[in-house]
Design a protein around this ligand. Structure first.
Ligand SMILES: NC(=O)c1ccc[n+]([C@@H]2O[C@H](COP(=O)([O-])OP(=O)(O)OC[C@H]3O[C@@H](n4cnc5c(N)ncnc54)[C@H](O)[C@@H]3O)[C@@H](O)[C@H]2O)c1
Length: 327
């Protein structure tokens, strides 16, 4: 198949591209390299079935041109990361709303099946253990920029739903819960790569807030096969599907786990949200998915544990540090 991947140089996108190429597909990637990196695509550079176009999903004509003739579109490009959303709120809103509309419209016009990345942030402050796809959203004020990412992704979901019902678009929406693994960077606020970098450098691991927040982390290698199965599953079209693990851990315990895994002498410190993010920041205290729908649709069952994930991120960062030293 001819497949178009937006956000191809990103963390999830680069792993997806590798998987699609190994299955013999022809892949065109689009990325503006704002949080993505060319080095993420080192393994596939020069592959005859792959082409990366540097550009933006805000470029409607380019998106239209790259979508033409494709049977599938994976839309992963987005402004991502709590620091990016805080510091570049306007640009992030435009990317995540107008950019997505360009991709959705192009997919609908050329009859490609669309898989679009959404987020567990959609559920906001809903604390229910085992969040289901039709659970209510509990979101703070739209004037708190923290919620603008969830708001934009929610508009994307409504847009895709409308295109599906009114324009015959075939699409599945994926609500990623924290997805982690090699190549994810901690620079934009992702907690496991950030803690790992701090532990390996012997710095304090800075926990934001009390550290009692509960999260579930899923290995990207468990997520990628589910994406390729769900885009090919007509029963998934028109639906939003949670993808995540069911191994909850508090951020305090996560920090200790990473210190132990790296055999580090680092200590854990706590930074109030106010100092980390500025005024008006709110967090969700617990985010645990119910993935029954994904299991029913494509047999999704994460196999890698949190210890596997931490080990993979530690190996990845140690390899990067060795490469820098050697060069
Ligand atoms: N990793 C997670 O835990 C997680 C959780 C929830 C949702 N998601 C969603 O999954 C998708 C992929 O996220 P990721 O974790 O791989 O992050 P990422 O930052 O590594 O990937 C996003 C990619 O989009 C690119 N991009 C940003 N703006 C663009 C634009 N205007 N035009 C073209 N490319 C642009 C970036 O350069 C980057 O390569 C995103 O849509 C994100 O919202 C991820």
């Amino acid at each position: 198949m001819k497949i178009f991947v937006t956000g191809a140089a990103g963390f999830i996108g680069s792993h997806l591209v590798e998987d699609l190429l190994s299955d013999g597909h022809h892949v065109t990637g689009l990325d503006d390299l704002s949080t993505g990196r060319l080095s993420n695509l080192r393994v596939v550079a020069g592959h005859p079935g792959f082409r990366l176009v540097q550009g933006s999903i805000l470029d409607e004509a380019l998106v239209s041109e790259l979508t033409a003739g494709c049977q599938q579109v994976y839309h992963l490009a987005a402004a991502v990361g709590s620091f990016v959303i805080r510091d570049r709120t306007l640009e992030s809103l435009r990317t995540n709303i107008h950019g997505t509309e360009n991709v959705v419209d192009a997919a609908a016009r050329c009859g490609a099946v669309l898989l679009a990345a959404s987020t567990s942030e959609i559920y906001g402050k809903n604390m229910k253990p085992g969040l289901c796809e039709d659970d209510d959203r509990i979101i703070g004020s739209p004037l708190k920029s923290r919620w603008s990412y969830a708001e934009a992704k929610a508009i994307d979901e409504s847009l895709i739903d409308a295109y599906s019902r009114e324009r015959g678009l075939k699409a599945v929406i994926i609500r990623f819960f924290n997805t982690v693994g090699p190549r994810q960077t901690g620079r934009y606020g992702m907690v496991i790569p950030r803690f790992t970098r701090q532990a390996l450098a012997g710095e304090s691991l800075t926990v934001y807030g009390t550290g009692d927040q509960i999260r579930c982390f899923c290995h990207v290698y468990d997520v990628i096969p589910a994406l390729t199965k769900l885009i090919a599953a007509p029963a998934a079209y028109g639906l939003a599907v949670n993808l995540g693990s069911n191994e909850p851990i508090s951020i305090n315990d996560l920090a200790e786990r990473i210190i132990a895994a790296t055999d580090s002498a680092s200590v854990v410190t706590h930074t109030p949200y106010l100092d980390a993010y500025g005024s008006g920041y709110e967090d969700m205290q617990r985010r645990i998915p119910d993935c029954t729908l994904a299991r029913t649709l494509c047999g999704f069952t994460p196999r890698r544990t949190l210890d596997d994930i931490v080990a993979a991120v530690v190996n990845d960062q140690e390899a990067s540090r060795s490469a820098v030293v050697a060069s």
